[in-house]
Design a protein around this ligand. Structure first.
Ligand code: XIL
Length: 331
């Protein structure tokens, strides 16, 4: 349809519009992706276990393909992610006997990893999610209990940002997390980034993942989180936006394809959310969807096997949904 406007075109001069992709989507949906997005994130291909599966082996093929596709189409790239508790191989945290590695060894490995990965794309990946999801969801505790924390100690975050800055001094460095609008977790994320900045660590931005749903969080809660994070003087990226049809604790498996009512609700949510993002265009540089269209979303089969989801502005046939029109039709 030649009359469909470009999603990123509608946001030119406001902020970048990105999508998380894998090699399969950029091969199958090349033109669609290039038409609507001007930023890409590798959905899995730059994660530790994929790009550096064994100590002496890196596999850059898939990441290279994504970066090349982005460059050919004049798109930005966000690097995702260096330090995370998921999708990171066990060898990183073990010595040659399988016992917990020393702090020094783990930091050495992080440094080699960051130099190899960030170094390879130096100057081509403008923003990196240096640390992902380090804050605990449970109210009682602060940092998530991970192997990074237990082997290195509490300053692993500060070390990660310092190492990343040496590996690519030109990259903007982000702390990225989910449930980022929950008032209790939000305050912990604030406290963490505040303490990193106080220690002089090179943190340039906060990534708000934006895994939200039809019912929450409220626009007020999102606004409060944006205000609080922005008060730190850092940039904000929305890094993994999708609006699930289901609340987090909704485990029903028997829902049919989206009703018109659901389509309209999704459109209204996206409209409200993008209105808010536009209000904060002076601090938000980039809004990335976690997927380019409903043809591929991590929310299919998650957390309920066999259940499909419809969280994005384009449907399974890559056709714009009512949500798309509400996002692009702004003055
Ligand atoms: C998800 C991917 O979409 C899936 O394909 C993979 O199996 C698991 O990870 N938060 C993040 C992302 O920071 O890296 C996750 O991506 C989704 C939640």
């Amino acid at each position: 349809d030649t009359k469909t406007p470009s999603l990123y075109g509608a946001y030119r001069g406001i902020f970048n519009i990105g999508a998380a992709v894998g090699t399969r989507s950029i091969r199958r949906e090349r033109e669609f992706i290039a038409a609507h997005y001007n930023s890409l994130t590798a959905e899995n291909q730059m994660k530790f276990e994929e790009i550096h599966p064994e100590e002496q082996r890196y596999d850059f093929d898939a990441a290279d393909e994504i970066v090349k596709f982005a460059e050919q189409n004049g798109m930005a790239v966000r690097g995702h992610t260096l330090v995370w508790h998921n999708q990171t191989p066990d060898w990183v945290f073990e010595d040659e006997n399988g016992a917990p590695a020393s702090r020094g060894l783990v930091l050495e490995r992080l440094e080699s990893h960051a130099y190899a990965v960030m170094g390879r794309y130096r100057g081509r990946i403008h923003a990196w999610d240096v640390v992902n999801e380090a804050v605990e969801d449970k109210k009682e505790s602060y940092l998530r209990d991970t192997k990074w924390l237990s082997t290195v100690g509490e300053d692993y975050l500060e070390q990660a940002f310092r190492i990343a800055h040496k590996a690519d001094p030109s990259a903007s460095l982000f702390y990225n997390d989910y449930n980022e609008t929950d008032p209790v977790k939000r305050d912990k994320i604030y406290r963490l980034v505040r303490s990193l900045l106080d220690a002089g660590a090179p943190v340039h931005g906060i990534g708000m993942q934006g895994h939200w749903n039809l019912h929450g969080p409220s626009i007020g809660e999102i606004r409060e989180a944006i205000e609080l994070y922005a008060s730190l003087g850092v940039r904000l990226h929305i890094t993994e936006l999708d609006i699930s049809a289901f609340a987090f604790d909704d485990r029903r498996s028997d829902l049919p394809a989206p009703t018109e009512e659901m389509q309209n609700l999704l459109a209204q949510r996206y409209d409200d959310i993008f209105r808010l993002f536009r209000d904060y265009r002076s601090v938000i540089d980039s809004v990335t969807f976690w997927g380019a269209a409903d043809s591929h979303t991590w929310l299919d089969n998650f957390p309920v096997r066999g259940r499909l989801n419809w969280p994005l502005p384009f449907d399974r046939e890559l056709k714009p949904k009512p949500a798309f029109w509400r996002i692009v039709e702004h003055s």
